[in-house]
Each structure stands twice: as C-alpha cells, then as structure tokens.
Design a protein around this ligand. Structure first.
Ligand code: FMN
Length: 365
C-alpha cells in the first residue's frame, strides 16, 4: 500500500478514534509548532558559553533510537556524564556499546563547546565510578569553531541523497576531523564495496525486522505525531523517516501493517545507492573506553560533514547483528576487529530536526 493510501486510511481511522477528525488532528499537534520548538532547541551556540550551554550542546548529540541515555553533573572544573540505565536498549544493544558511543558523542560536543569558550576539555572516566565519563575543563585557547558551530545544525538525515560525489578535498577534511586515537575510519566510495555494504545492511535489517523482540523495543521508541515527539522530547519521530503523521493510538498498529522488512530494505537500497560514500568506524579494541573514543570520532565526522554542507545518516545493521561483523571487518581490511559504527554521507536537503529533552531535565543535583 502506498503512503497516500495510508493517509486516506488514517483519515477514516481518526473519525473512528473518537472526538472526530478535528479533535484528533488537534491532539496530534502541528509540524509548524514542532519546527518552532526545534528552532529553540537548536539555537546557535552562545557567544560566551558556560557550563549550562556546554550541557545543552551535549544533549544535541546523536544516540541510538534517540534514547538520550545520559545525565549530567556539573562540578567546579569538570562535567560528569552519567549513563542513564533506565534508557538502555538491551535487544539492539545488549552490551551497551551504542550507549557508550552516544556518551562519547556527547562528551565531544562538550569538548568542542568548551573550546569555543576558551577551555581545554579532556575526556576520561571518574575515579570514583568507572562507568561515569568526565570532561575536565581547564583554561586553554579557542578550539575548532567550525565544528562547535555545527553542533546545533547536525542532523541524521534519513532520506535519499542526491547521488553527487563528495570532492577529494572534502573526503580528506572528513578523515582529518574524525582522527581520534585508537579509532580507524575507512571511507568507502567505490561502487563494488558500497554494494557489498548494502547487502549487509539488508541482511541485518531483515534479521532485525523479523525479530519480535527487536520490533517491540523499536516501537517503544517510535513517536507518531508532533505532539508525542514534543511531549517526550526523545525517540524516533516517524515523520523524519518520511512517514505520515498518525494518532498515537493508531501508530503502532499501522506500523505493523505497512512497514515490513521488504519495504524497508527497498528504502535502504535506494538510500545507500544515492549516498556518496559510507564511513566505517573501527576501534582498536572493545570496551567502554574504546566506544567513547568511537563516539568522539563519529561525532567529529558528522559535525565536519555538517560544516561542509553535507548530510549523514547511521546505517548500523551490520554492526548490530553480530554475525555480520566479520564480513564487514574483512571488507574494510580490518579483519579480526569489531566494526563499531556505519554512517552514509553525501548531499541532501535539510529535514525537520529530532527532539531533545531540555538540559534542565537531564542535569543531576
Ligand atoms: C550509537 C548510535 C547508533 C545509531 N544507530 C542508528 C541506526 O542504526 N539507524 C538510524 O537510522 N539511526 C541510528 N542512529 C541515529 C539516531 O537515531 C539519531 O541520532 C537520533 O534519532 C537523534 O537524531 P539526530 O541525530 O538527527 O539528532 C544511531 C546513533 C547512535 C549514536
């Protein structure tokens, strides 16, 4: 069934849902209100950033399913990033790999925002609790403003890109920006290996979408209309993946009816074909300290892409389905290691931004 037909079906459903069509539309909120809220969330980095602004920038980091698995504690000369274990996703991320990658992305945003404020940030772990990430801040010189300014403008863009190549100069800039000790970044731009990655994404997606536990967990984080996305401030807003706005009560059922492994596989194939390249991030070893470094590296890559006017989107199925990791590692010439993150990149138009919980909601006393 095509999207237009789904929309017609939704029209009928809203009437059945009680309160009539107007009442239901009202309860779903509008994209105008949603975009206005995002403009506030994504306000430019302040000219004189302090601790609160560093944390606001951290909250704009990416996280798997947009769970935002973090809380922050402000110290005299440091910020702690405390994993929020109420926001784990044990099916897709059984060893908290993605959780620590997300904390690494948030830590890098603090380092960059602090750099803009004239501080040097150093990422480590708390001596008192080795699951808590710390960013220590000391006086320094101004850091990389282009990456810092890109933080509020970065978005995962889950659409087809325009198929244009990225220039060699831009590819070099992306590689340079992603350079973080202990992480290798391999850029795949040739047709043969892009097609091979596409096969792995499709195989991984089929495995995941035919797994009831994966689908249950995914649906828990789906948001079907602007009001729901704004009220929770988290999760995957289905409109950002090109789906229609749906009433909260109807969303999960319609999702089951109209979204299948096959329909998603077709979308992934055309999205990957339209991308200029795919970046594969591989750490030298496994464990939270290495996954934090991966997060820092992929966030810097994504921010450099944003600064260059490029778009990116994660396509992590081949690293989430453990059985596919060896084939991906072999493909990038790093056999024996565990690939951590896959990101496609290229040129595309901007989409609406994804929501965030406010800094106040994630600061610990
Ligand atoms: C560790 C990690 C894994 C992710 N995996 C995927 C993925 O497999 N597919 C996808 O579409 N997005 C993935 N994302 C992107 C998140 O869904 C995205 O960051 C989140 O929805 C917030 O949106 P934003 O990046 O536009 O701010 C991942 C992000 C992180 C940090």
């Amino acid at each position: 069934m095509k999207r237009r037909e789904i929309l017609i079906g939704v029209g009928a459903l809203t009437a059945v849902g009680g309160g009539g069509t107007y009442g239901t539309l009202h309860r779903m909120g509008s994209m105008t209100d949603y975009d206005a809220a995002m403009a506030t969330t994504r306000a430019a980095l302040s000219a004189r950033p302090g601790m609160l602004e560093f944390i606001r920038m951290a909250t704009l980091a990416p996280s798997g399913h947009n769970t935002q698995p973090w809380r922050f504690r402000i110290g005299k000369d440091h910020i702690e990033i405390v994993p929020d274990l109420s926001r784990i996703t044990p099916v897709v991320d059984p060893d908290n790999h993605h959780l620590y990658v997300a904390l690494g992305c948030a830590a890098e945003n603090i380092v960059l925002a602090a750099g803009a404020g004239g501080y040097r940030g150093t990422v480590g772990f708390s001596a008192a609790n080795d699951s808590v990430v710390t960013v220590s801040l000391e006086d320094g010189t101004a850091g990389d403003m282009a990456l810092a300014d890109a933080i509020p403008k970065r978005q995962s863009t889950r659409t087809e890109f325009d198929g244009q190549q990225v220039s060699n100069a831009d590819l070099q800039a992306l590689s340079d920006a992603a350079g973080i000790p202990g992480v290798d970044v391999v850029l795949i731009t040739d047709r043969l290996r892009k097609d091979k990655v596409c096969e792995l994404v499709i195989e991984g997606n089929t495995t995941q979408m035919t797994d009831p536990a994966f689908m249950r967990e995914l649906k828990h984080w789906l948001r079907f209309n602007p009001r729901e996305a704004l009220e929770t401030g988290d999760g995957l807003f289905s409109v950002l993946s090109g789906n229609p706005i749906l009433p909260t009560w109807a969303g999960p059922g319609l999702f089951d009816c109209f979204v299948s492994a096959q329909s998603e596989n077709e979308i992934y194939a055309s999205q990957l074909r339209s991308s200029s390249g795919i970046a594969v991030f591989v750490s030298e070893a496994s464990g939270p300290e290495h996954w934090i470094q991966v997060g820092r590296s992929c966030e810097r890559f994504a921010l450099q892409a944003t600064a260059l006017g490029l778009k990116h989107a994660f396509v992590n199925q081949p690293v989430e389905v453990a059985a596919l990791r060896p084939a991906l590692a072999d493909l990038v010439g790093l056999g024996g290691r565990r690939p951590d993150i896959l990101m496609r990149f290229g040129h595309a138009a901007e989409r609406p931004f994804s929501a965030r919980r406010s800094p106040q909601a994630v600061i610990l006393p």
